[in-house]
Design a protein around this ligand. Structure first.
Ligand code: SF4
Ligand code: SF4
Ligand code: SF4
Length: 448
């Protein structure tokens, strides 16, 4: 008999899930989580508990949490462990913050949806005692350098197209479980968080003479899937903890830090400069990669930086973009149910060169670690957060990652060039066929 009660009404949740948990006492059996998982993410309903040895298939996107009306489902929390590290005088605690956190954190402190509060957020982290506060957008710029180079090579050699982005761990897990035949199409680039984590321990700490045994590396993200990703045994991950925007708010409340009164502060240098803010919205990775791929192919910057056709919150957006003498067919997808549709078109013979997929609707701005609002409000929340990101991108003086001086320096001093052996060692990864999870013999096999 299945240990997952009421799985005909709600999503089954594994006890050892690294991303979500359920408080059984509070469940209304309303079915909202199941609808989200089934229709938004196309996960529930695409496996059979009888065949999976009663193991619930889950890509850790956490979107069921955001749709649960009663707080019955919540994310697995790690902020108390981070607090312990912050209070340990022997530890050097290094934070990196993902792009979408800064446009959502203020919503917990009375600011309008999407208010851009990067300076206050950095200041809050310093008040909490983080020794260094770095911007994951630097990792996003590195990702774009590597991914654009990979795209240019695949286009040149006409291999493994369309190239799929790989920065969303929920999408990666979705492919590994349901579409293992598409694994070769995934970019081999690690996500920006993982790239930055690798560079923190393998470059930043060496430059600063920080002994690695003292370092605790913490990523602050909108994402529940990254909590599971850092535990993957095939990644040798350099991040110690992932905490979400929601958990950062809890830390601030626990330490009685008044966010509203904080003065703006700046990121620490070395990994503090970037052009990668638009990574947090659907279409952002695609847009940034195209800007740099264009430069790599022509040695000139694109005149019209805004790739309008890949912006917006539609679940599937398609465009043809002129890249030198190539006409690049691209698609931008959010929500893995939409990804299933696109994959069907590909299997039916439709051609694309480059496809971005993010599991959350609208991209990371609506990750499950972001402040939660009434479901009726969520469209407006998403639009306001997206507007805020594009607004900041348009004001930025640095809009090409290949022009970022810190990026140029790390390639000159350490990584040599995109796609070099050393870049491959630290910034790229492999994948695993996890389709066995759907089948019979899953005992003793890695489930993360
Ligand atoms: S985390 Fe995502 S995949 Fe897992 S049960 Fe919830 S909605 Fe489904
Ligand atoms: S959405 Fe929440 S309350 Fe409703 S069935 Fe799912 S877990 Fe229970
Ligand atoms: S879209 Fe972003 S927040 Fe959502 S699962 Fe993917 S990486 Fe995480």
């Amino acid at each position: 008999m299945s240990k997952h009660s009421n799985s005909d009404v709600r999503v089954p949740v594994n006890e050892d899930s690294l991303s979500i948990k359920r408080d059984e006492r509070k469940c209304l059996l309303c079915g909202s989580c199941r609808s989200t998982c089934k229709f938004g993410q196309a996960v529930y309903g695409y496996y059979d508990l009888e065949k999976t040895d009663d193991y619930a298939i889950c890509i850790d996107c956490g979107q069921c949490i955001q749709s649960c009306p009663n707080g019955t489902l919540s994310l697995k929390q790690d902020y108390l462990e981070v607090l312990e590290a912050l209070e340990d005088k022997d530890k050097i605690v290094i934070a990196q913050t993902s792009p979408a956190v800064r446009v959502a954190i203020g919503e917990e402190f009375g600011y309008d949806y999407g208010t851009f509060l990067e300076g206050k957020m950095v200041s809050a982290l310093k008040k909490l005692g983080f020794d260094y506060v770095l911007d994951t957008n630097f990792g996003a710029d590195l990702t774009i350098m590597e991914e654009a180079n990979e795209l240019v090579n695949r286009l040149k050699n006409k291999t493994n197209l369309p190239m799929f982005t790989s920065c969303c761990p929920a999408w990666v897990k979705f492919v590994e479980i349901f579409y293992p035949d598409k694994i070769p199409l995934l970019s081999t680039c690690k996500s920006p968080v993982l790239m930055q984590g690798s560079m923190i321990k393998n470059y930043f700490c060496k430059q600063k003479n920080i002994p690695l045994k003292k370092v605790v590396s913490v990523s602050i993200t909108p994402c529940t899937a990254k909590k599971a990703e850092i535990k993957r045994d095939d990644l040798g991950c350099d991040i110690d903890y992932v905490i979400t925007t929601k958990e950062l708010v809890k830390l601030l409340r626990k330490k009685e830090i008044d966010f509203n009164l904080l003065e703006d502060e700046q990121y620490d240098s070395m990994f503090g400069s970037s052009s990668g803010l638009i990574f947090g919205v659907t279409g952002g990775v695609m847009e940034a990669a195209i800007r740099t791929a264009y430069y790599m192919m022509t040695k000139e910057n694109m005149e019209n930086l805004v790739v309008k056709s890949v912006r917006g919150t539609d679940g599937i957006k398609e465009a043809t973009i002129k890249l030198n003498d190539l006409k690049l067919k691209v698609a931008v997808v959010s929500g893995t149910a939409n990804a299933r549709e696109l994959l069907k078109k590909i299997d039916e013979g439709k051609h694309y060169d480059f496809v971005e997929v993010m599991a959350c609707p609208g991209g990371c701005i609506s990750g499950a670690g972001q402040p939660k609002h009434d479901l009726m409000e969520m469209d407006k929340v998403r639009q306001d957060r997206i507007k805020s990101m594009y607004n900041q991108d348009s004001k930025s003086t640095l809009r090409f990652c290949h022009e970022n001086k810190e990026i140029k320096k790390i390639y000159k001093d350490f990584l040599v060039k995109p796609g070099s052996d050393i870049s491959k060692k630290y910034l790229h990864r492999t994948y695993q066929d996890k389709s066995y999870l759907l089948g019979e013999d899953i005992k003793n096999m890695s489930k993360n």
